[in-house]
Write a protein that binds this ligand. Structure first.
Ligand SMILES: Nc1ncnc2c1ncn2[C@@H]1O[C@H](COP(=O)(O)OP(=O)(O)OP(=O)(O)O)[C@@H](O)[C@H]1O
Length: 294
């Protein structure tokens, strides 16, 4: 997997994004800041209704925020020129395909818009994923439509690929094939990828970074390995846990239910070699992190 070019100019730069559907209710996105560098692969995590789709649509300039700015490749997301637009691939959560066209007609239509269209890749994926080229899209199964949407998004070899729950209606074989395509041919050529999913095991296979969306903001973004390495659940007598966290400057990610007089904290930081015997330290999984950070 390519290392992200962390010194390079960001491909996505979001500053102070606030977006509400209903002016009377709390906004879905609340002053959100987010930066994606070229080659970064980020899994976007959040509970149902947290605002992942809203964020991805705003990122693509498809939703007008109340305040804040979104820049893609240094241009305003809602006023991209054609060259910048051609560098983006998007697989939306629902099908946005023209139901009366056939897959062959749809792909021929999109081919005309993209200078960098890889027909060999399209033909290969259409055959491998067994999509009937000449049947109306409306008559394909949900999984077949999702595969077609993925082929359409990959065909022009985008530099920025936005995937909103791309595997939701794929069977296990389809998911495995898609993840393999993503790792072997998309991530390896340095594409910046944002991938929202609720299937955490998929994310562990693909995403180098994870970003947690909570209360309308990116609560935390980190390389996944680093985050798992740095985080432990610590249980013990409340004052001893607090003193330990303070002494080693560990950040509290969450406080969980414990026996009276005890506390159980999820702490993040760099851990000392020698650990006090009175405290119980446990490693955490991505599922645990999802629970405490979303
Ligand atoms: N078009 C819309 N009009 C009004 N409210 C909307 C609209 N789209 C989404 N919402 C609301 O905004 C909030 C965020 O929705 P969004 O679809 O962005 O969440 P999500 O994190 O993608 O959820 P899920 O994991 O269920 O797909 C929800 O409360 C939802 O009801």
């Amino acid at each position: 997997m390519n290392a992200p070019l962390l010194h390079a100019a960001p491909q996505v730069q979001i500053d102070g994004l606030t977006l509400a559907y209903d002016k009377k209710a709390a906004p879905v996105l609340r002053g959100l800041d987010w930066t994606l560098k070229p080659g970064q692969v980020v899994g976007l995590l959040g509970r149902n209704g947290a605002g992942k789709t809203t964020l991805l649509e705003a990122l693509l300039g498809l939703r007008e925020p109340q305040s804040g700015t979104v820049q893609l490749f240094g241009q305003a997301a809602n006023a991209l020129d054609d060259a910048a637009r051609a560098r983006i691939g998007y697989v939306p959560q629902g099908s946005d395909l023209f139901e009366n066209l056939t897959p062959a007609q749809l792909l021929a239509y999109f081919k005309a818009f993209y200078p960098r269209w890889n027909q060999a890749k399209v033909d290969g994926l259409m055959a491998r994923w067994a999509i009937p080229a000449d049947q109306a899209i409306g008559k394909l199964s949900g999984g077949q439509q999702q595969r077609l949407s993925i082929i359409r998004a990959l065909a022009h070899e985008p530099d920025l690929l936005i995937l909103d729950e791309p595997v939701a209606s794929l069977d296990p074989i389809g998911r495995r094939d898609f993840l393999r395509e993503l790792v072997d041919h998309v991530i390896n050529r340095g594409t910046t990828v944002v991938f929202s999913t609720h299937i955490l095991s998929d994310l562990e296979r693909v995403a180098f970074n994870v970003a947690f969306l909570k209360d309308g903001q990116i609560a935390l973004q980190s390389p996944l390995d680093e985050l798992l390495e740095q985080t432990r659940r610590v249980t013990g007598e409340a004052t001893a846990v607090a003193a330990f966290a303070k002494a080693h400057q560990l950040a509290t990610l969450a406080s969980q239910a414990a026996q009276p007089g005890q506390s159980r904290l999820v702490l993040r930081g760099s851990w000392p070699e020698a650990l006090p015997e009175a405290l119980l330290l446990q490693t955490v999984t991505l599922d645990d992190l999802f629970e405490v950070l979303t």
